[in-house]
Design a protein around this ligand. Structure first.
Ligand code: HH2
Length: 273
């Protein structure tokens, strides 16, 4: 049997991944898509607007969040996956093997794991045996406490070394390198300054040779750089600027809430080259 195409050809630069949080409490869109029918309608609209894939998640990872059980996560996402199966390309945003397994059975082609295979020890096996694509993301600490005191000697080189090590781990667990993409994890255990340094030096992550995913859309650092020290989100205008800056430094896949605007902004960036 022929395996899936390498992730770089399945998602050419720039590709947009639409965010569909089936949660009551996500920082960016909490509650908007908590009802399955709303989530399904959002996912379909995002594909019409040019998303290459939609990232469906049933657990918020916002700073301070506690997490939910696999049963609750499945209760949220499964009806959505079922409705989208066969029509809409889906990524599952989960750290849990049981959720990933069920999502793959329901057609998910990518597993987006914000723990980079450090959470559930069964997850690597689920991905390896399924042929799914995998996103490995950097996070310092865990969502509940990650923004308490983020600390690095050199944020970009530490994130790059971490991702290189997790890539080796995933490959050793039987997941082909050509199916893996890497994400520096903007906002996951990083101050505003650290997030912007990481964005400026994103080329060092791209130099690892794997497609780079970025999740900058609506992140609080964008609101804070605009002068509101208590911002918990950032505006669309700032999200678009950040996406273009990331594109120029080699990012390939853009995890965003506002699909049409990002598709348009990135088309301009790509036309410039
Ligand atoms: N950010 C969030 C969730 N998952 N996955 C990847 N690969 N990269 C990211 O930057 C990323 C992610 C947080 O954003 P959101 O899903 O909008 O909010 P919440 O975690 O509160 O559901």
């Amino acid at each position: 049997m022929q395996g899936p195409a390498p992730i770089a050809s399945r998602f050419p630069r720039p590709s947009v991944m639409g965010v569909v949080n089936v949660t009551p409490d996500s920082f960016s869109d909490g509650g908007v898509n908590f009802r399955a029918e709303d989530a399904v309608a959002s996912a379909r609209r995002m594909v019409e607007e040019g998303a290459a894939i939609v990232d469906v998640g049933g657990e918020s990872t916002r700073p301070g969040s506690e997490g939910v059980s696999a049963e609750e996560e499945l209760r949220r996402v499964e009806p959505v996956l079922e409705a989208l199966q066969g029509d809409v390309p889906v990524s599952i945003d989960t750290t849990k093997a049981a959720v990933a397994q069920r999502a793959i059975e329901r057609g998910a082609e990518l597993v987006n794991d914000v723990t980079a295979l450090r959470g559930d020890s069964e997850l690597a096996g689920v991905v390896a045996s399924s042929g799914a694509y995998l996103c490995l993301m950097h996070m310092q600490g865990e969502p509940r406490t990650m923004q308490d005191d983020p600390n690095y000697d050199d944020v970009a080189s530490e994130v790059a070394s971490f991702l290189e090590e997790r890539l080796r781990f995933a490959v050793a667990a039987g997941i082909p390198e050509e199916r893996i993409c890497l994400d520096p994890g903007f906002g996951f255990g990083k101050t505003v300054e650290q997030n912007f340094e990481l964005l400026a030096r994103l080329g060092e992550i791209a130099a690892l040779g794997r497609p780079v995913v970025v999740g900058l859309s609506r992140k609080r650092s964008l609101g804070r750089i605009l002068g509101d020290p208590d911002a918990t989100t950032g505006p669309l205008s700032a999200s678009l600027a950040a996406a273009v800056e990331a594109y120029e430094r080699g990012a390939a896949i853009f995890r965003v809430h506002d699909v049409r605007e990002h598709v348009e902004a990135l088309a301009v960036a790509a036309a410039v080259g």
